[in-house]
Ligand binder design. Structure first.
Ligand code: 13P
Length: 333
């Protein structure tokens, strides 16, 4: 419970830097950055050594490769983060695979052997974990059985985390891909969250000791009718009020492919318009919306490290400001 509270305290948020090797390589490939263990390590060193990161970031989500890595001078990343006041976390699912007999739907794997892996990560110094379920919206999707299977896996994972002393970040992501409407996303997200909390209760998860990491309610990327910031924030907050118990200390949104600036603007609008009426903190747990500008500046080159770190700290500060309802477009200039 203390760790869960600390993760959303002081208007800070989480930095997701837990891209699996294939995902990290895909992002590197797009920018022509070599896809090697060393470039992935160098990039993560750039992130964890960014001066002042702990002023806006409460926790960083690592991956099995990165939690074992060190700076060039041999200091473990775990020590660098802890020294900066940042709580280390770890992604523990092993990825979303096709769900049998459910075309277009995925199930996240990783429960086998999870108890032993969690014990090792705790012993290494991790204090929270992450598991991501992905839910597609479309014709007849999500199916009830697909949605229940994912909610069940999330709940099994969450109880195992709490048994091991780790705060579970429970991430059911309704994807932005597709031409579905805002209303379809709202209906799917509401159904997903309802099922997730039913399963969390069934599996005896302590709500005070978890963080929810949901998507915003948004129209699909190729939907002809896009939504205003107010429409998105209304739909998102109403959906969460209907589904997320007040005992949960914090909701930390994923960015899901929104631009960095839009993600900050929407988080800001939610806090400006609703903060005083909400039982939980509305925070962030962004990967792309914090890292993308940094990666584009870095391009794998040592000479660009300082500028890339400045871009990272800028996004972290913008999102902390958004938690306070103090983010403005002028901050981007
Ligand atoms: P994005 O913010 O890029 O969606 O990533 C968040 C995350 O951790 C996905 O699991």
């Amino acid at each position: 419970m203390d760790t869960a509270k600390a993760l959303v305290a002081d208007d800070k948020g989480l930095l997701a830097m837990d891209e699996s090797d294939p995902t990290c390589n895909k992002r590197f490939a797009k920018l022509g950055i070599p896809q090697t263990v060393e470039t992935r390590r160098a990039y993560r060193e750039l992130i964890v050594t960014t001066p002042g990161l702990g002023e806006s970031i409460s926790g960083a989500i690592l991956y099995d490769e990165t939690i074992r890595q060190k700076k060039k001078d041999s200091t473990p990343f775990l020590k660098v983060l802890t020294d900066a006041g940042i709580i280390p976390g770890i992604k523990v699912d092993t990825g979303a695979k096709d769900l049998a007999a459910h075309p277009g739907e995925k199930i996240t794997e990783g429960l086998d052997g999870l108890r032993d892996r969690l014990a090792e990560y705790f012993q290494m110094g991790a204090r929270f974990a992450k598991w991501r379920a992905v839910i597609a919206v479309g014709d007849g999707l999500p199916s009830r059985s697909g949605l229940e299977a994912n909610a069940h896996a999330l709940a099994r994972y969450a109880t195992l985390c709490q048994e091991a002393g780790l705060v579970p970040i429970v991430e059911p992501e309704v994807l932005m891909d597709g031409d579905h409407t805002l209303e379809q996303c709202r209906a799917a997200t509401e159904e997903v969250l309802r099922n997730v909390f039913i399963q969390l209760n069934c599996q005896r998860v302590l709500l005070e000791g978890m963080i929810l990491k949901p998507n915003l309610v948004l129209p699909g990327l190729t939907c002809s009718q896009q939504a205003s910031v107010d429409e998105v924030t209304d739909a998102t907050v109403n959906c969460l009020l209907r589904t997320v118990p007040a005992a949960v200390p914090g909701i930390a949104f994923l960015s899901g492919g929104q631009s960095a600036e839009l993600a900050s603007a929407r988080l800001n609008a939610m806090n400006v318009r609703f903060k005083s009426r909400l039982p939980w903190a509305l925070a962030f747990s962004f990967a792309r919306a914090i890292q993308q500008p940094t990666l584009e500046i870095w391009q794998g080159k040592e000479a660009n490290v300082k500028a890339a770190q400045q871009a990272l700290i800028h996004r972290a500060r913008c999102n902390r400001a958004a938690r306070r309802g103090e983010y403005t477009a002028a901050m981007e200039r």
